[in-house]
Write a protein that binds this ligand. Structure first.
Ligand code: PMM
Length: 288
């Protein structure tokens, strides 16, 4: 899943794709690079970010969704607002991705239930201003699983088909760095809840702190793509259904390399493997 942030202030790529024409072009580029789904959002969830009005959020996302859906792209709309989800679905979005898992807007569950669209339910403990003070857990894996299970139960009671729910542990949302790492290590426990799992570690601050001495600022977001690829490969290995990333080529390459390893013949069997693995005929310049 490639990210198209139509915002002036996202932490990862703030402002770069704020004009609809730039966002549309960026969406096309991500598709050409191999994204299966584009996640279009008009509200930054960066700590301290001002929320746009509903009208402003619609103004940002609708032209982008209309244009890209018209070209056949599969789109999710990244929104916490039922009114935005409803209009985005009418404009051609196929999936609703709500970082609040339906908690921020009590109309959301009904809109999604009525549409029959898949719903990404992220683990969430409040809007960005409050969330880091809520990063308190007895056992982050057990607590996140319990809160996601409760959400899934309430959303199915509100009429959303259980098999339309995708769960997301919410990396960076009400989580300290060690919470994010523990959740990644034990992601199989989230997968075991029985729903497809989406993982969004892309360019988040906990990745930017790798190798940086305490007290120094994290490396900038665009220098976190290798760590994004590593965490995304790990998530795929543990059974994630999807990974949400800003820079598609790095993560896709890492996933392709891992898949090629998985498909390689057993030791002692010396024959060309199945499709997708370079053979001597396709890679000769460095010896294949
Ligand atoms: N993270 C962000 C925004 N939307 N949606 C899901 N499902 N999961 C996430 O982890 C997630 C998200 C924040 O990152 P960005 O605004 O820079 O894309």
């Amino acid at each position: 899943m490639g990210v198209v942030n139509v915002t002036p202030d996202s932490f990862s790529d703030g402002g770069e794709w704020f004009e609809p024409s730039a966002a549309i072009a960026h969406g096309r580029e991500l598709l050409a690079q191999g994204a299966d789904v584009l996640d279009v959002g008009g509200e930054s969830t960066r700590p301290g970010a001002q929320r746009p009005s509903v009208e402003e959020e619609l103004r940002r996302v609708l032209p982008v969704i209309e244009a890209l859906a018209g070209e056949g792209a599969v789109l999710s709309v990244d929104t916490m607002r039922a009114a935005v989800a409803a209009q985005a679905l009418r404009a051609g979005a196929a999936i609703v991705n709500d970082v609040s898992g339906g908690l921020a807007d009590e109309e959301m569950a009904a809109v999604v239930a009525q549409s029959g669209a898949p719903f990404v339910v992220m683990h969430w403990r409040g809007h960005s201003a409050a969330m880091q003070s809520r990063a308190v857990y007895d056992d982050v894996v057990a607590d996140v699983c319990a809160e996601l299970t409760a959400r899934a139960r309430d959303l199915t009671a509100a009429g959303i088909e259980a098999d339309h729910l995708v769960l997301d542990p919410g990396f960076g949302f009400a989580k300290l760095a060690h919470h994010n790492w523990t959740l990644l290590r034990h992601l199989d426990r989230v997968v075991d809840l029985g729903h497809p799992v989406l993982v969004g570690t892309s360019r988040k601050t906990f990745l930017g702190r790798l190798g940086v001495p305490d007290g120094e600022p994290p490396r900038p977001p665009a220098q976190r793509d290798a760590a994004t690829a590593a965490t995304s490969v790990h998530a795929a290995r543990l059974g994630a259904w999807g990974v949400r990333v800003h820079h598609v080529p790095t993560t896709l390459d890492a996933l392709l390399a891992t898949a090629a390893i998985d498909r390689a013949p057993d030791a002692g069997i010396d024959r060309a493997p199945g499709a997708g693995i370079p053979t001597a005929a396709t890679s000769t310049t460095d010896g294949g």
